[in-house]
Design a binder for this molecule. Sequence first.
Ligand SMILES: Cc1ncc(COP(=O)(O)O)c(C=O)c1O
Length: 336
Amino acid sequence: MTTTEYDLATRRGRHLVQTPASPLATRLELLRNTLRPTPHVQLAMKRMDLFAKLEYVNPVGSIKDRAAYWILKRAAERGEIGEETTVIESSSGNFASALAAFTHLVGLRFIPVIDPNISSTYESFLRRMCPTVVKVEERDDTGGFLKTRLQKVKELCATIPNAYWTNQYENPDAMEAHYELTAGEICADFDSLDYAFISVSTGGTIAGVSRRLKERYPSIRVVAVDTEGSVIFGGAPRKRHIPGIGSSIVPPLVSHARIDDVVLISERETAAACQELLTAHGLFVGGSSGTAFAAIKRYAAKMPVFRRPSVLFLCPDRGTPYLDTVFDPAWAARLG
Ligand SMILES: Cc1ncc(COP(=O)(O)O)c(C=O)c1O
């Protein structure tokens, strides 16, 4: 048994022996009713059975609802957050949106730390939901904003009383959310799977999902999908424009994932793949979904020809916030 398997087992055990829940933990637990299993749809493809799991059906609109809910719930169960807590997090949009909605619902304060790459839709949403939004403007040494955002989070945590950093880049509860919820649903829905393509940013999704899928489907190949210019899998840092995928640091959670292959996709290919998902398959989804689809099409040449493999990818969010960018042909044409 590896360290992470041990961790997940003991963490589940600890959950079962919880003593009386705090009122905050009880309020958070009620949220479980809104996080219902997300559907999957089959896309018409020549050489494979391709399934898209529609994570944008989550209540606030993305796969990050799962991590936000689970992290808050676990922190409340452990007594790490209480009624006076101010939650603080750096996010490119989806995670902050989920935290904004859930903290509001249970009566906690939340300060999101965002950067200029955020879509205007998410920024407007956060400014409506949160009295304070901190936007960093300075790029870090990799050309991205993540390091500047994390520095700002640390400064806020040092100065605000009862601050709690959900730390989506390192928090094992994010991985556990996907192990229990996202992957739990996949295992319930599919008797067999040959490939799973998962786009990576903090690594929480791929860590939790890959571990559970490898247990359930021992011969599955897990393909990590990243964007050119991201450093997660050893690439050279470069300016990136599409939020929700890639990172300018190597997130610790990625080391817990079970990855067989990595595919790097350019932002131009991402834009083309998003357009194709919309026009050829009727799926209006965001950049990381398109990146995974582009990776599947490129990887298809490596798949067996003697039988149709069953392939799954996640659609973490909808296309709406990307209308002025990924779905704007003039914007896409300017990509390197
Ligand atoms: C749209 C979108 N896709 C994919 C991801 C990647 O998920 P993870 O951070 O768990 O690697 C994110 C994370 O923010 C996201 O917002």
